[in-house]
Design a protein around this ligand. Structure first.
Ligand code: DQA
Length: 153
């Protein structure tokens, strides 16, 4: 039996284009670079291993959440992209699967257009990090890796 916590890094629509997409908002780092950096970060934490998945399709993201639930994942770092603001189905999947999830946004969604201010997914997450750039993923990963289920922080 492994004592490593399994944590999923889940990225939603348009995040495959990270590094090329609106770099003035999202920066120049690619998704592959981000995922490599997070794998190194997890190795340094020493108590978790990550699996990464990105899709532009709502159903594929939902399927992955249940796949990770069945495989005993203990955390998800999730940037749902624009589905944050629209997807009741993703919210239901997160609530149904019951994996501790931290929602991450690279940009400060509250400083942007009104339609980005509401998150349908955040209420079923442990917390939300936004506006801290790509570092937000690492902070979320560390929080999930060090969470103790018996303590409600
Ligand atoms: C985003 C913010 C969303 O509003 C947007 O649709 C994205 C990226 C972010 O990481 O800042 O695709 O989730």
């Amino acid at each position: 039996m492994s004592f490593m916590k399994k944590i999923g890094i889940l990225n939603g629509p348009n995040l495959n284009w990270l590094g090329k997409r609106e770099p003035e908002i999202y920066g120049h780092t690619t998704l592959a670079d981000l995922e490599r950096g997070l794998a190194d970060y997890a190795a340094n934490l020493g108590n978790c291993e990550i699996e990464c998945f990105q899709s532009n399709h709502e159903g594929a993201l939902i399927d992955k959440i249940y796949d990770w639930a069945e495989r005993g994942f203990e955390g998800i770092v999730f940037n749902p992209g624009a589905f944050t603001h629209t997807s009741i189905a993703l919210r239901d999947a997160l609530a149904g699967a019951g994996i501790a999830t931290v929602e991450v946004h690279i940009s400060n969604v509250h400083a942007r257009e009104e339609f980005r201010h509401r998150s349908l997914t955040a209420p079923v997450c442990r917390g939300q990090i936004c506006g801290l750039g790509l570092k937000g993923y690492a902070y979320a990963l560390e929080a999930l890796a060090n969470q103790r289920p018996e303590v409600s922080e």
